[in-house]
Design a protein around this ligand. Structure first.
Ligand SMILES: *Cc1c(COP(=O)(O)O)cnc(C)c1O
Length: 406
């Protein structure tokens, strides 16, 4: 290889990749069983993979996608991801990521105040953000145990196991919220409150924030609602937390892996989770060492849309979930689990099994979840392009058919 290795230079093949993205071909051939001895070249690789990578993917922005917390991503983030991949900046070293570091500082400075936090950093998901917050609780505040509701995300149990902490699970009330009356002594504990549980989108009583030695709020899902004038109040109390996790690859419409962990007392937290090292100009903060410039696609999205643009989409999705709930309540063939708090609508058919019902609705429209030891149908409004009128019609038809056959 010479110093002019063209594989590392911007090539017309990139425009071809974009063309394939616009006009996805069907998969023409399978993949080799073993690592090929000789490469087929970039263009042939694009041809071979386009039908698979693009053609065999779940379309999160399709008019029926209403199943999971994974949103479609705006094209501005695709452009930034391309730039990011080409530059491959490492947030571990400020000297090798001058603007990317500034982008992260800027995005955190814009967002942290909505949560009453002093600052923080990006990480690859809220699983790591939760681990980081609970780690800071252990090493900055000396907590020995973690108290969380029994429906907290499994990443909380993972963090406890990794950190050698005892996990005390508190029952939830009929609305999936941590039961205030069942909370044990929190003196030497980290209380983890969830703002938008994964199964039902429930918000734990955030008025408990600040009553434990350390409070971590897992706002992986519902955190972005803090930007909405209409819905920010649902998360009131979060500002008294010591740490907060928010997944940007959920309701900030970012490509994976993008999340933020924030701290109220940033310096004390960073001191507890920072590692100095000879070759680093600044201590390495948090779980990851090398980190991507995930802040740049979010910076671009926030610049392009502004607060208004983010909020109009979130408010719309809250309305989508509400409209679905109203239609379910009005149907004699469906039972609503409860009013959706954060755009997760949980329900079930009354005349047939969940499996039969799901088989009668379009693939990718709905998911299921175990709630209170029973299986329910779950819908998550994360896709601004969903056709909710058509989805409601499909859901009502499937439920009615289930009733007739019974
Ligand atoms: C999705 C989710 C997580 C995990 O976040 P990832 O970004 O998928 O790692 C944690 N907590 C809650 C409540 C979630 O919904």
């Amino acid at each position: 290889m010479t110093s002019k290795d063209r594989s590392f230079l911007p090539d017309a093949g990139l425009e071809y990749a974009l063309e394939l993205l616009r006009n996805v071909p069907a998969a023409a051939a399978g993949l080799p069983q073993d690592l090929p001895q000789q490469g087929i070249g970039e263009i042939a690789s694009l041809d071979l993979l386009s039908g698979h990578v693009l053609g065999e993917a779940t379309q999160l922005g399709s008019s029926v996608a209403l199943a999971h917390m994974d949103p479609p991503t705006p094209w501005i983030t695709w452009a930034m991801s391309l730039w990011n991949a080409s530059l491959n900046q490492n947030l571990l070293h400020e000297s090798s990521s001058p603007f990317a570091t500034q982008a992260e500082t800027t995005v955190i400075r814009w967002l942290a105040p909505y949560f009453g936090m002093g600052g923080g950093h990006f990480c690859a998901g809220s699983t790591i953000a939760n681990l980081t917050g609970i780690w800071a609780a252990r090493d900055a505040a000396g907590i020995r145990k973690v108290v969380a509701s029994e429906v907290a995300h499994l990443s909380v149990a993972k963090a406890c196991r990794l950190l050698g902490l005892e996990l005390i699970e508190v029952p939830v009330d009929g609305r999936g919220r941590l039961d205030v009356n069942a909370v044990p002594d929190l003196n030497d504990a980290c209380l983890v409150l969830t703002a938008g549980t994964t199964a039902t989108g429930s918000i734990d009583p955030l008025e408990l924030a600040g009553t434990a030695r350390w409070t971590h709020v897992d706002a992986a899902w519902a955190g972005p609602l803090r930007l909405s004038g209409r819905y920010a109040h649902l998360l009131d109390g979060i500002e008294r937390a010591d740490s907060v996790a928010v997944s940007a690859h959920k309701w900030f419409f970012q490509p994976k892996d993008s999340a933020i962990v924030m701290f109220r007392e940033l310096e004390a937290a960073n001191a507890a989770i920072g590692f100095g090292s000879g070759y680093l100009a600044k201590p390495n903060i948090g779980v990851q060492s090398s980190r991507s410039a995930a802040a740049i696609p979010l910076l671009a999205t926030l610049l392009a849309w502004g607060q208004e643009g983010v909020v109009s989409r979130l408010d719309h999705l809250m309305e989508v979930a509400q409209r679905l709930a109203i239609a379910i309540t009005a149907s004699p063939h469906l039972e609503l689990w409860g009013e959706p708090e954060t755009a997760v609508t949980v329900f079930r058919p009354t005349g047939c099994s969940i499996e039969e019902f799901l088989a009668r609705t379009p693939t990718g429209m709905l998911s299921s979840a175990v709630v209170g030891e029973q299986l329910w149908v779950r819908s998550v409004a994360a896709n601004p392009m969903v056709d909710i009128d058509a989805a409601i019609a499909d859901i009502l038809t499937a439920a009615e058919l289930g009733q007739r056959i019974e």
